[in-house]
Design a protein around this ligand. Structure first.
Ligand SMILES: [Mn+2]
Length: 237
């Protein structure tokens, strides 16, 4: 059987003026049975339309902050966004949803998807929310640093069958107001939303932690990649 093709959002390096990729995103998809391909940064509608037809799913990766202009705020000084990624991802997310493709967001991905659906963000957790727990760990990144409570009536609970999960954490922004069409799936011990989904699509999940750093040793991280890629197999949904 042909494998599912997963379009992965490229990361952007400002100092090298170059796209780049973290191997964990690719390796997690490969281990789950999919073929990852990195998309170019473009806002050409026709090219993105073709890519949205080619791919069975899309991974919205981590990276730059989402521009606060997209949720009608002025950016704080510590916020660094990438206009080209924001523009491209708005187009590809719309096309992916229209075609009911499988969608997974990680870190920036959960923030971006929430904003694209009309939600808002804390621009900087220590400044605007709380310093109670550390959401920005240092290396190694494959070890958990805080826990999240998984909401029982959610697909993440159905997947992992547990109410509490230990996760890694490497983010300074977080979901603030949840977009109307999205629902929370996991909440951190200090009350931040750390996973979202939409019941309106085949598979639209997003997590604030980093399964791409931990899937080699942590089954719960691997199960998320598996659920994402498995959802692509049923093209008649
Ligand atoms: Mn966190």
């Amino acid at each position: 059987m042909a494998k599912a093709i997963v379009g992965v959002m490229p990361l952007w390096d400002d100092s090298k003026n170059s796209i780049w990729m973290l191997p964990g995103y690719f390796d997690g998809i490969t281990k789950a049975g999919g073929i990852p391909i990195m998309l170019p940064i473009t806002s050409d509608e026709a090219e993105l339309e073709q890519l949205s037809l080619l791919c069975d799913g899309f991974l919205f990766t981590g990276g730059h902050d989402v521009s606060p202009r997209l949720y009608k705020e002025d950016p704080l000084k510590c916020v660094f966004s990438c206009k080209e990624r924001d523009e491209m991802e708005l187009i590809i997310l719309r096309k992916a949803c229209d075609k009911n493709k499988s969608i997974l967001g990680i870190c920036r991905g959960i923030q971006f998807i929430n904003v694209a659906f009309g939600g808002s963000l804390y621009q900087d957790i220590p400044t605007q929310y709380s310093r109670k727990i550390n959401h920005h760990q240092s290396a190694p990144y494959d070890v958990p640093i805080h826990s999240v409570n998984i909401i029982k009536d959610s697909p993440l609970y159905d997947c992992l069958k547990k109410e509490k999960l230990e996760v890694n954490s490497y983010h300074h922004q977080a979901v603030k107001d949840i977009a109307p069409k999205l629902k929370a799936m996991a909440i951190s011990e200090d009350g931040l939303i750390e996973a979202l989904y939409s019941p309106d699509y085949r598979f639209l999940w997003a997590v604030q932690w980093h399964p791409e750093f931990s899937f080699q040793n942590d089954n719960n991280s691997m199960y998320i990649f598996n659920a994402f890629v498995d959802a692509m197999k049923y093209n008649n949904l």
